[in-house]
Design a protein around this ligand. Structure first.
Ligand SMILES: Nc1ncnc2c1ncn2[C@@H]1O[C@H](COP(=O)(O)OP(=O)(O)OP(=O)(O)O)[C@@H](O)[C@H]1O
Ligand SMILES: [Mg+2]
Length: 366
């Protein structure tokens, strides 16, 4: 069994892995498939012995969470490794080259980025698609450049949070730099997914995304929110543009920590009000509390299933048990609203089984 500190480092290493070979290494010197699979099984067993939640049952919830997440990542990489050994591509780190001709290039102290299209113009920053090549493989990233140097402190706040709190459902900061115009910028690993606005804009989902799909996004969000809160980070700006769902492995990322607060003190209050999504107490400038994030997440899920964000009305196609669960999150009174994202996560896991049967992977068509 690892110490808590070692387990945390192991989890961070897992979060950093992009390909199975990053975790399991070359496995066989001459790329023999049988030898590689034997070595792989042995390594997986060793890793699971190190991180399995059974070993951390008596630890605090945060540690149990890290061990559960680590176990699921080891298993995910194991399955990916088995498949890629069988097809023979295990040893070739997959390249994610962007198609098209780069518009320009940016050189930092450590890397050179080819910049392609602008993919978003946010209220605070412009986001560009880019890639870089390292150790023979190309990785795709986004570069988020602040629009106005007055907002440099906000992007620096996000960088600090992303450096100190690492989670498989949070963006990975590759590096940060300042442009020649003095604008701060973050290089973030590209998330191959869709934010919730993009999902709803799909004509197939004009009446809302089916509740079954909303639920896996919801479950991942409660999981990462519980982790952020256990690290005393309040997100403060949860809205559909800041949740990116990745259908390929049913991960859903909580992004955009520019307005987040780490370890709120007396006198702090939430500075970002998003109509329809911010909890009523936000306008009253109360101290940042986890309950504000829980409210905003509830509203995002109501938006996703095609509900009315202003009234909180949930469409009839959503099972009444799920509708009732969602309604608890948007309790206008933060004193009676649920405050523990992990407790809600546990409830949702059970509710999903009750409503949809045993958990199963159903493809989300986009
Ligand atoms: N790592 C990423 N991978 C893929 N797309 C991303 C990534 N980060 C951000 N985006 C896209 O860029 C958009 C804007 O990013 P972000 O919310 O971080 O910046 P912002 O300037 O604060 O935006 P806004 O003011 O709209 O909230 C997101 O909604 C998302 O579509
Ligand atoms: Mg945003």
């Amino acid at each position: 069994m690892l110490s808590v500190n070692e387990l945390e480092r192991f989890y961070e290493r897992l979060v950093d892995c992009q390909h199975p070979i990053d975790l399991f290494g070359p496995l066989s010197e001459d790329k023999d498939k049988d030898e590689a699979k034997d070595a792989l099984r042995k390594l997986r067993k060793e890793f699971l012995q190190m991180c399995h939640p059974d070993r951390y049952q008596n630890e605090e919830a945060r540690v149990v969470h890290i061990s559960t997440e680590s176990t699921s990542l080891v298993n995910k990489f194991y399955v990916d490794a088995l498949t890629s050994i069988t097809t023979g591509v295990y040893w070739d780190r997959k390249s994610f080259r962007t198609t098209g001709t780069p518009r320009t290039t940016i050189k930092t102290a450590t890397r050179e980025y080819d910049i392609y299209s602008k993919i978003a113009t946010g209220s605070l920053a412009d986001v560009f698609l880019a890639d870089y090549t390292e150790d023979g493989s190309t990785e795709r990233v986004v570069i988020k450049v602040v629009s106005d140097t007055d907002d440099n402190d906000l992007i620096r706040n996000e960088q600090q949070i992303l450096r100190s709190v690492r989670h498989k459902s949070m963006p990975t900061l590759v590096e940060s730099f300042t442009t020649t115009e003095g604008k701060d910028a973050s290089v973030l690993r590209y998330i191959d997914g869709y934010d919730l606005y993009a999902l709803r804009e799909n004509p197939m989902y004009k009446d809302g995304v089916p509740a079954e799909h909303m639920c896996w996004i919801f479950e991942r969000q409660l999981s990462v929110l519980g982790f952020a809160h256990s690290n005393l980070v309040i997100h403060e700006n949860i809205e559909p543009g800041n949740i990116i769902a990745r259908p390929s492995d049913h991960n859903a990322f909580l992004t955009d920590f520019t307005f987040s607060v780490s370890n709120p003190k007396d006198g702090d209050y939430i500075k970002c009000v998003t109509p329809g999504y911010s909890a009523p107490e936000v306008a009253k400038k109360v101290q940042p509390l986890p309950t504000a994030d829980i409210y905003a997440l509830g509203k995002c899920m109501i938006y996703l299933v095609g509900g009315n964000v202003d009234t909180g009305a949930i469409p009839a196609h959503v099972d009444h048990r799920i509708a009732q669960f969602l309604e608890r999150l948007i309790d206008p009174d933060y004193k009676t609203r649920p405050r523990d994202a992990w407790e809600l996560h546990e409830e949702l896991v059970d509710l999903r089984t009750e409503v949809f049967g045993k958990e199963r992977f159903k493809a989300l068509h986009i």
